[in-house]
Ligand binder design. Structure first.
Ligand code: SAM
Length: 262
């Protein structure tokens, strides 16, 4: 093992040198950007990818905790759930980067920070029943399944819903029900819900979703056109909506009866 603090060929001094050196047979390696270890042997340069567990830990610390995510249950769930399992092979090495990634059908898996922020704002409890609109890859559904009792998730693209279902099965999650359809109208057969989370931007707060919210419940939904969206947290207080929070954001459109037209 290299002595702690020994400089790699980059001249950098950091504990990543030690971490990478341990993993790769005591060679001199430095970490260039937090996701890849670059090894120099003579004139040859080899890229060595760090283990997903390590990348996930870095993601939680650097992208979430340092930006103000404080809910320890959310942080622990994000540290457990393997985001790399929810993206296609070409994107696996980028799975813990600080941005959304393509998942097919012109859709994206959301940036980890925005997912964590929404989960924190929802204030989930273990007994909650949750509706998610916009299953996408199934990543956020699995995080919800870690934090709540039962998750119902609806996706308008059948191919994405099937793929998410397969990932859920492979990872062993049994408390998530995946439906195919227009989630802008909610999922009345399973209503009411303690919490509702919408992963696509609506023109306004969909009435059907608010109606399917339990008294005292919380609904989080991005509202507005692509260049002027606000993430809105709505609480149901004696049957009326109370707007609790508004944050700038950027989501794909919610397409449907109570969303945008295709
Ligand atoms: N939560 C997802 C994940 O963890 O991968 C990311 C969701 S992506 C940002 C938004 C998703 O909402 C897309 O998969 C899109 O097809 C879906 N969507 C858009 N309008 C919808 C609707 N009316 N009903 C259901 N899903 C919808």
């Amino acid at each position: 093992m290299l002595p702690r603090g020994k400089r790699g060929t980059s001249g950098r001094k950091s504990k990543e040198v030690v971490y990478a050196a341990v993993r790769h047979n005591r060679r001199r390696i430095f970490v260039s950007d937090g996701t890849k270890a670059q090894q120099y042997t003579g004139t040859r340069r080899v890229i060595v990818h760090l283990h997903p567990d390590e990348l996930r830990h870095r993601m939680v610390e650097a992208q979430l905790r340092q930006r103000g995510i404080q809910d320890e249950r959310v942080l622990a769930a994000m540290a457990r759930v393997p985001r790399d399992e929810f993206v296609g092979e070409p994107y696996r090495t980028q799975a813990y980067d600080d941005n959304p990634l393509p998942i097919g059908e012109g859709q994206t898996i959301s940036q980890p920070y925005i997912v964590a922020l929404m989960l924190q704002l929802l204030a989930l409890a273990p007994e909650h029943r949750v509706l998610e609109v916009g299953t996408g890859s199934g990543y956020q559904a699995v995080l919800l399944a870690e934090l709540a009792r039962q998750v119902y998730t609806i996706e308008r693209h059948a191919a994405l819903a099937h793929c998410a279902q397969e990932t859920l099965r492979r990872l062993g999650y049994t408390n998530v029900t995946v439906e195919i359809g227009d989630g802008s109208a909610g999922l009345s057969s399973y209503a009411p819900f303690d919490r509702i989370i919408v992963a696509a931007a609506a023109p306004e707060i969909p009435r059907a979703l608010f109606d399917q919210l339990q008294e005292g419940g919380r609904l989080i939904v991005p509202v507005g056109p692509p260049d002027a969206q606000r993430l809105q947290l709505v609480m149901k207080d004696q049957g009326s909506p109370v707007l609790a929070e508004q944050i700038g954001c950027r989501f794909v459109p919610l397409v449907g009866e109570q969303g945008y037209r295709e």
